[in-house]
Design a protein around this ligand. Sequence first.
Ligand SMILES: [Zn+2]
Ligand SMILES: [Zn+2]
Length: 331
Amino acid sequence: MEIVSGVHQIRLPFPQGMSGYTNVYVIEGSNGNILIDSGWDDSEVIWAFREGLREERLKFQDINWIVITHIHPDHYGLASKLKELCGAEVAVHRTEVGLINSRYKDFDGLLKDMGDMLSSNGVPQAELTELKQASLWMKQFVSPDLPDIMLDDGDRISNGSFGFEVLRTPGHSPGHICLYEARKRWLFSGDHVLFNVTPHVGFHPQSGDNPLKDYIDSLIMVDRLGVNFVFPGHGPVFNSLKLRAAEIFYHHEARKEAILKVLNDGLKTAYQVAAEIPWKLEQGGVAFGDLEAWDRRLAVPETIAHLKLLSSEGKVGEIDKDGVSLYLAKE
Ligand SMILES: [Zn+2]
Ligand SMILES: [Zn+2]
């Protein structure tokens, strides 16, 4: 679909019947086309991309650059296959490039760190292996080749017709980028801002100490740009970034309140906090114990991220007891 003149959106399905799709964008230019993001590496997804190009009357060989917003499988997995098909160069932020090897090739060290992190946050031994390994299945859908171009915050990418500034927006992933077309005030937001989903922000061995603070700061930064149109990595395009950002701020404030309430009963691990607050609020709320392993694996790091933010705001204290982190409300 040509959303506005020169900007084509192609929706790529998730593989193996998973619900959802990734929006990728082809930006036409007098010096060549830019593709923003790829999908999962799966034959059905390649087919969907080829069909999408055909419907838009675009050609593989006209794509000169593939810019990846972050290295999650649904955005980066197919990049190197599309690079071969297009004869394009792949560009990824420097911080994300540094994660490719440990996430997708030589991941034993990261797996151990993840296990240690979950364990020190109170995940019981019986659940530890399941949660630690909950994302391993995704690796089959990623071709983890290193990119041709390393991007830095503030870099500019032009195709002769449109010019983009690379904005580093850490939080959802440490080297996540948005692409900003200043003349048009368009933001290609990857997973940083979505219309109907609050992006996952979780504490991770590679996330830095306070990923939710990074995320909120990144959201404030894009909110101040005066964007008139957001082209996200999933879901509908939208024009109300200010409103959407306000909803996301409110969501995190409400989560922090819920966590503080739970901590009023006494010292708790992040796991114990996660087990006492509702999840999947958009579905009316699901108890932690009823979540699938993958969702529990997301829930515990999300809780830690909120606790770290509350701690940096002086509202929560953290103590170490025999290698396990315990949190308490300070007010
Ligand atoms: Zn993502
Ligand atoms: Zn995504």
